[in-house]
Design a protein around this ligand. Structure first.
Ligand code: ADP
Ligand code: MG
Ligand code: ZN
Length: 630
């Protein structure tokens, strides 16, 4: 997309440059050729003038304070002979002149008008010119010395020839759908306002690097055909205190004039980190805090009736953001821009493959299959790598072999950055996640299973199973908690059932399951053996953080042992249930796992119809219910 950098200072820069030149010339000529502006009359010493007067050679004289100009008596000369001299303080002079018959007069203070005008006017002009010079430089968007408080937002204006549209973004369909609504807001704000709907002010794009967040934001502006102010969070925060806040103010000022428009703040986490030394630093964050406060103020500032300015922001670290940013009326909409699934990757590959010459035998689907975990930027890079390889080998078109080699290159680079799964790992992850899903479907205490994905996500999860709570829950029953524990163990149980071995991938599941079981016993009093006692010391360990000392009450050794045994039995029971469920539904486990290996993400009604086929094993009974506050 082309950048139109408005040059607001170009005219004043021209003027100031001309002023500079003129005044410079004047100074030079004045220094080296003073007579140009001074008097061309030849000068004589004062003593010579007195001699001439005494000799009676002077016809007339004009006596000034700084200069005496006199004309000689010379009847033969074609021109009057005029000389000048600098006077010495001489009170006798009028008498002398009179005695020698010289016609004399006092001269008006001589005015070298041009010289004095220039002398008085030019120096201030020089200062003005210098001032103008710096101002215009800073306003011009360059890194001028006085540009501290100007927002350096780049402005992408409507009608750009290289406009980005939604067609340029693929594989992030949910995000696209979400943002299509924003485009509608921008195109026809009246329609929403007439009904009384509040147009969202802020939309936060969240997702791993390279998934197309920046690209999406540009596409929104391109689709809506409005101005697009783009600035990166890190550009707000600089050396000079107060500059960041002033820039935010300036940016919103500019945007309001161009409304409807979009302000896009990339890398919001650079200014939006939680305030109050959340990361262990005390002090030193004043500048960022001021900038953040200013941003919040500005976002609160434009009210419903005002110009339509929508603030889009992107971050790949949403967890570090200040909670104040996520409150309603600010970035209350969050759009997940995740790594693409198989079909998404294929679509992205199609976009970029259209820009290179492809061999007819290239199978993009196969390339997409081989690249789980690749983000859009990685795929764009992959196509380019393949094209480079083809060019290096002097081929006419890019072949499948080029792609295969490029994948290896890119993967080698990527492995350090994020996870790219081998075929075998992918298979294990698939069974693991389907295990969670099947147990979760039959023991729905944790919510309805809504999505299974084996697209690696972020740095931690290799795959994930998403359970959606069916309603807002504040109370959970004992059986629901047990369901949750069994679901958490479902992944590991599947690995045992299918591969008869277990991997390290389940460690987080085990951690969470054990924690929950322990809380059931020690906090919620759900154990028959231990009774309704709270063995945990509540609310004491929140200052120094978790893990500082034992959070348990002082208990006898026997009680401690009993707690451990209770926790163990809850976890083991849940594990056994999970294994039973998976053995009973072995075929379905196989079927769904194969399916997900194919498409990587299963969700919605398709997932529902698969999970509906699952059957409970014999002997699985509902436990009596006890409610707890969670
Ligand atoms: P982010 O801002 O999420 O880190 P970018 O939007 O800067 O990622 O993406 C970098 C580049 O990668 C884009 O300019 C585009 O060429 C390519 N790209 C990333 N995601 C996609 C996508 N979903 N569809 C098409 N191209 C993409
Ligand atoms: Mg970006
Ligand atoms: Zn798991």
């Amino acid at each position: 997309m082309g950048v139109k950098n408005k040059p607001p200072g170009s005219r004043s820069r021209l003027i100031s440059n001309i002023l500079f030149l003129v005044s410079g010339l004047f100074l030079l000529t004045n220094l080296f050729f003073p007579q140009l502006y001074g008097n061309p009359i030849p000068q004589e010493p004062y003593s010579m003038f007195i001699d001439r007067v005494e000799d009676g050679n002077v016809a007339r004289a004009s006596v000034g304070q700084n200069e005496i100009i006199y004309e000689l008596k010379d009847a033969n000369a074609e021109q009057p002979k005029i000389f000048r001299t600098n006077p010495v303080l001489d009170l006798e002079l009028p008498k002398r002149l009179e005695n020698n018959g010289v016609e004399f007069t006092a001269a008006l203070p001589k005015s070298n008008w041009l010289g004095s005008i220039l002398g008085w006017i030019v120096p201030p002009l020089i200062f003005v010119a210098i001032w103008q010079f710096f101002i215009s430089r800073s306003a011009g968007g360059a890194q001028g010395a006085l540009s501290l408080t100007k927002s350096r937002a780049k402005v992408y204006v409507d009608g750009d020839s290289t406009k980005v549209s939604f067609d340029d973004v693929a594989g992030v369909e949910e995000a696209k759908a979400e943002l299509t609504e924003i485009v509608e807001f921008l195109k026809t704000p009246e329609r929403y306002k007439a009904i009384g709907a509040r147009i969202p002010k802020g939309v936060l794009l969240v997702g791993p690097p390279g998934t197309g967040k920046t690209l999406m934001a540009k596409a929104v502006a391109g689709e809506a055909g409005v101005s697009f102010f783009s600035i990166s969070g890190s550009e707000f925060v600089e050396l000079f205190v107060g500059a960041g806040a002033a820039r935010v103010r300036d940016l919103f000022e500019q945007a309001k004039q161009k409304a409807p428009c979009i302000i896009f703040i990339d890398e919001l986490d650079a200014i939006g980190k939680a305030r109050g030394g959340g990361n262990g630093f005390v002090g030193g964050n004043d500048e960022r805090e001021q900038t953040l406060n200013q941003l919040l103020t500005e976002m609160d500032g434009f009210a419903a009736g005002d110009a339509t300015v929508i603030v889009l922001a992107a971050t790949n670290r949403p967890e570090t953001l200040d909670p104040a940013l996520l409150r309603p009326g600010r970035f209350d909409r969050q759009v997940l821009v995740d790594r693409p699934d198989l079909s998404g990757r294929q679509k992205i590959l199609e976009i970029y493959a259209a820009k290179v010459k492809l061999d007819v035998k290239v199978d993009l689907k196969q390339i997409a299959t081989r690249t789980p975990g690749f983000a859009g930027a990685d795929l764009a890079n992959l196509v380019n790598e393949a094209a480079l390889l083809a060019a290096r080998n002097k081929r006419e078109a890019v072949t499948q072999a080029d792609f295969n080699e490029a994948i290896e290159r890119v993967v080698a680079g990527l492995e350090k950055k994020s996870r790219v799964l081998s075929e075998k790992e992918k298979k294990i992850v698939a069974y693991h996640e389907v295990g969670h899903a099947l147990v979760g479907a039959l023991m729905p205490g944790g919510g309805k299973v809504a999505k299974i994905s084996i697209v690696p996500r972020g740095m931690a999860a290799l795959g994930y199973t998403l359970q959606m709570p069916t309603e807002d829950r504040f109370l959970m029953s004992e059986s629901e908690l047990k369901d949750q524990i069994a679901t958490m163990l479902g992944g590991r149980a599947a690995e045992e059932v299918v591969f008869n071995s277990i991997t390290t991938g389940a460690s987080n599941d085990l951690q969470r399951a054990t924690d929950l079981a322990e809380r059931m016993v020690t906090t919620y009093g759900m154990s028959k053996v231990l009774g309704p006692l709270a063995y945990e010391k509540g609310g004491q360990n929140n200052f120094l953080g978790q893990g500082m000392g034992n959070p348990r009450r002082m208990v006898s050794d026997e009680t401690a042992k009993a707690i451990d045994e209770e926790v163990k039995s809850i976890v083991e029971n849940a594990h056994q249930q999970a294994v039973d469920i998976l053995e009973k539904n072995r075929d379905l486990l196989e079927q769904i796992a194969q399916e997900i290996l194919e498409v990587e993400v299963i969700e919605g009604s398709k997932l529902q119809s698969l999970l509906d086929q699952a059957e409970l094993p014999q002997g699985h009974t509902e436990l009596e219910q006890k409610s707890v506050i969670v």
